[in-house]
Design a protein around this ligand. Sequence first.
Ligand code: PLP
Length: 367
Amino acid sequence: MKVPLLDLTRQYEVIGPELEAAAIEVLRSGRYIGGPEIEAFETETADYVGAKRAVGMSSGTDALLAALMAIGIGPGDEVVVPSYTFFATAGSVARLGARPVFCDVDPVSLNMTPETLEPLLTQRTKAVIPVHLFGRAADIPALTALCAPRSITVIEDAAQAIGGSLGEARVGSMGHMACFSFFPSKNLGACGDGGLISTQDEELADHLLRLRNHGQAAAYEHSEVGGNFRLDAMQAALLRIKLRHLEGWTEKRRARAQTWRELTGSKGLQDQLRCPIDDPARHVYHQFVVRVPADKREACLGALQEAQVGCAVYYRVPLHQQPCFDHEGALPHCEQMSREALALPIFPELREDEQAYAMDVLAKVLA
Ligand SMILES: Cc1ncc(COP(=O)(O)O)c(C=O)c1O
């Protein structure tokens, strides 16, 4: 058996005709930049995430960059980010000449918490970017309670977590802004690059609309320097189709996560292979990252690869240890995760027999 880490062709097999019809409509419209597909997608996504406004962007990375530009981040400023995340969270800060300050994560939620954040706040801290890592919501209200009295902006990095929630609040509705990615492998994935910023702040949304179009306030009149951060009409049209399926896909991801936990239990592996849990956030399992003993991780990867089971390590080097950043001091939980993390296949169309096959392979290494 061959089990992919992710197989987008299985999704296309089901919704191909819907996507093709939407694509043909855009092709025939002659309207490829801006226009009704973008506006409709923004309205529908704002509704879905529970925000007043949403602004389509060219990628999750550009969404982070524009969000930071919108609040004037630049040289001399500090922005706190978790060290255990994808590079773009910190890279966007450094690109603006500001200093990313690396924060440890909680060992269970794998997210920034008020306890890991507070000691890092200084007079220079202008923003914090909590990441909803792997699809599990960070506690944005608790982080905001710490940041708001100090006038620090909270920007959710929601790239991995569309559809996730904490209590009644959806990811994307809690921070001052939230940045989403529609990279094809994401839970809501475009057929190319795409991103979006959601916000409850109308003025900020209007500012982001200008920033994504070279700071243009009126035709050829530039009130500030922005960039080309636009989402294409084609991607918006395809994403609108996929957004209608997202809740169903999320439920399937959650069912597959439950199957991983049950298989782990039935093999008696729960101490060797620690699965992510759901509580108290509604986890949307962008990735299913388990922890295995550090000294067995490479053997697990090797055995899975040998058996043709897709697997990966997110993230092998925490950002505070990347050569492009200078950071002194240890962040023990981030470092521990980078030694123990093992991502197993998870996507809505994954089959239980594929999971059982993969678990048999893992059991041979771990039992
Ligand atoms: C946590 C996180 N932030 C930011 C990004 C950047 O998104 P993009 O690839 O769309 O630029 C990604 C994903 O790729 C991500 O996982």
